[in-house]
Design a protein around this ligand. Structure first.
Ligand code: BGC
Length: 668
């Protein structure tokens, strides 16, 4: 066998320049067969292998299984579910010869209208980082490389190729870098820069951030550009961006010229080229001997299970689960969509589901519900309200309950643009209100990838189930929850405020020409609402179950500079169910301004009816630290702290106080 090149010393300058520029849209250069080539493809919620690219840039992908959107996966709060989704995707990649899946993205949901929120995990960095870490572990354990993205501060799609996110260092450390820092513990083979600028510097040239990744966060992979994010290949290589994707002839020619005239050092070129070489071999070694661990059928079953686990029961006055054998009026095009674009966000993550169908009325009928369907409104309708809507209201009046299926989809949520409003289209809000007038047992099922302003109709709904974008088997998953075959256990990974105006980042004044000022600092999501006592509709971490959980018996001890806590949760109901417990920390009288509470850890467990389960956590010094802007390091102030154990950020069930002095934890 031909000996493969492994080090840059074996390459000419020209080969190194070629190597750091990618070959085409989805491959690295194999230097005429001297090294293996790697293939990349989009995720994060299914495999998108592009079949054709039209002149206008639009792409057609091969059909593939769809997994829940990342926003729905995050609502599971279950690391094992994230790992399983990664494992399934690894299998898909192995079958299709893909070496790197361009996923997952961990950008913080700073603004509820960000067009890509459905692709991201959370407003909270610990939840986002931990779930991404598990997903990467599953994917890479299955033999396929991950590409953690988009580093960093790409929190709006508005003018994303030019905007500069202006963020102070402490906020970067505590909010925007942190999910990357945590996810890097899983050693992703690659990381993708963002399109935007960070404090004036393009993501592709963000040397300071790259140094931090490699120096402090232990990242040992290659840094890849977002697609066409490179303006100046020389400057980006000097900054430490290893691989430009896709190949860009003009950038390449300019890079060669710059190199010839000495504008790019050999040391910088070698460093990038070596990291691309290492990436190629790491990917090949990672997949050596790996075979798909699950069949297609098993993977689709996993997608369905994860979807069911991520759906969040936001409100329930007792109408759910549905009475066995009862009748249900179903309305809204989302109940039986004619295109899968209605059940996903748009852009590079959009999976082509081929012939797959989603049919909630049919799935409910299979489970013994007399399900009667009337469309009421269509995906392309925003304002009008027609005859079908009136028929739906009539049907609602005739049945035991009415299930109105509303939502967004790729028309409203997509890469490259932000949502214009947090409200549902007027026609959908009206359909809910009409249904509620006809039948007080109105259940609203929401298909969306992000926050919806429900103020116009929330009070009128008897139950609200946030179904997200569920993917393959989503209709079965949803029907199982509605009839009570599956006990809901999803919890919100982002706050649902009462209205958009309550969100500091939504303040238009933060955006000036070319600059988005993160003036709210750490005031993102529940950090802002709990600190300022702003009432919200549904808090971060909220989600109902058909079971009832009681928390008790908190015990705490301090050892080796860490706090160890444990407590019991009892399922005080006759139904088995899963509970997610959340551990928040607050500093009671801080010397620097701090959010009122911050999530530090979480766990989810099945608890059988009538049984108890103990949860244990250890919180090290970092759990109590803030980033000191004056000392440029993490610092734990001497002071009094409280650990809050919650079923949501606002439903705190247990608390314990402690003092910290010179790093020593003293219990009170
Ligand atoms: C997106 C990336 C994606 C890439 C390749 C870009 O537009 O921002 O997330 O991986 O395209 O499709």
């Amino acid at each position: 066998m031909k000996r493969m090149v492994r080090t840059v010393q074996e390459l000419s300058a020209e080969e190194k320049l070629r190597l750091i520029c990618g070959k085409d849209f989805w491959h690295t250069d194999d230097l005429g067969g001297k090294i293996p080539q790697i293939t990349v493809a989009d995720g994060p919620s299914g495999l998108r292998i592009v079949k054709e690219r039209a002149e206008d840039g639009s792409e057609t992908a091969y059909p593939a299984a769809a997994y829940p959107a990342i926003s729905l996966l995050a609502n599971t709060w279950n690391r094992a579910a994230a790992a399983e989704m990664g494992e399934c995707l690894a299998d898909e990649c192995l079958e299709k010869d893909v070496d790197i899946l361009l996923a997952p993205g961990v950008n913080i949901k700073r603004h509820p209208l960000n067009g890509r929120n459905f692709e991201y995990f959370s407003e909270d960095p610990v939840l986002a980082g931990e779930m991404a870490k598990a997903y990467i572990g599953g994917l890479q354990g299955g033999g396929v490389g991950a590409c953690l993205k988009h580093f960093c501060c790409n929190n709006l799609e508005y003018d994303r190729l030019n905007q500069s996110s202006e963020v102070d260092e402490r906020t970067l450390r505590e909010l925007y870098y942190l999910p990357f820092e945590i996810a890097c513990q899983a050693q992703p083979v690659s990381l993708m820069c963002s399109y935007n600028r960070i404090n004036g510097t393009f993501g592709a040239e963000y040397a300071k951030g790259f140094a931090l990744l490699r120096g402090e966060f232990g990242f040992r992979g290659a840094i890849v550009s977002d697609w066409s994010a490179v303006r100046d290949r020389t400057a980006s290589a000097a900054a430490g961006l290893d691989l430009e994707m896709p190949f860009n002839g003009e950038n390449y020619r300019k890079l060669c010229e710059d190199y010839r005239r000495g504008a790019l050092s050999d040391a910088a070129l070698d460093a990038c080229a070596q990291r691309v070489l290492d990436l190629v071999y790491r990917c090949k070694e990672m997949r050596q001997g790996k075979k798909p661990a699950r069949t297609d059928k098993e993977r689709r079953a996993a997608a369905r299970r994860i979807a069911a686990e991520g759906m969040v029961l936001l409100k329930n006055n007792g109408v759910l689960p549905l009475q066995a054998g009862g009748s249900a009026a179903l309305s809204g095009c989302y109940a039986r969509p004619d295109s899968c674009g209605m059940l996903r966000g748009g852009g590079s993550s959009a999976v082509n589901r081929g012939e797959e169908k989603f049919d909630l009325p049919a799935r409910l009928a299979e489970r013994g519900t007399e399900a009667r369907y009337e469309g009421a409104f269509r995906f392309d309708e925003v304002e009008s309200f027609g005859q079908s809507a009136r028929r739906a209201a009539l049907l609602a009046a005739e049945c035991d309950c009415s299930i109105v299926c509303v939502g967004l989809g790729e028309k409203f949520e997509r890469e490259g643009a932000d949502r214009e409003t947090a409200r549902l289209p007027a026609v959908q809000e009206r359909a809910i209100l009409e249904s509620a007038k006809s039948n007080p047992n109105t259940v609203v099922v929401v298909f969306a990838g992000s926050y919806i302003d429900m103020s116009a109709w929330e009070e009128k709904a008897a139950a609200i189930l946030f179904a997200g974008y569920p993917g393959t088997g989503g209709d079965d998953a949803l029907a199982d929850i509605l009839v009570g075959k599956v006990n809901p256990s999803g919890k919100l990974s982002e706050t649902f405020p009462r209205c958009l105006a309550d969100v500091p980042a939504a303040d238009g004044r933060c955006v000036s020409a070319g600059v988005t000022r993160y003036t709210e600092g750490l005031g993102v999501g529940y950090r802002c609402f709990s600190t300022n006592d702003v009432p919200v509709l549904f808090p971060f971490g909220h989600g109902l179950s058909y079971s009832v959980f009681a928390y008790s018996d908190l015990s705490a001890s301090a050892e080796g500079g860490a706090l160890h806590i444990s407590f019991a949760v009892e399922n005080a109901s006759e139904r088995s169910g899963a509970e997610t417990v959340q551990v928040y920390v607050r500093e009671c009288v801080p010397l620097v301004s701090r959010p009122d509470r911050e999530l530090k850890d979480f766990a989810k467990a099945e608890i059988a009816a009538g049984k108890r389960k103990r949860f244990s956590f250890s919180l090290g010094q970092r759990a109590f630290a803030h980033w000191s802007a004056s000392k440029d390091c993490w610092e734990v102030s001497d002071g009094v702290y409280e650990v809050l154990i919650g079923s949501s950020a606002q439903d705190i069930r247990l608390r314990c106080k402690l003092c910290i002095k010179n790093g020593e934890i003293l219990l009170r």
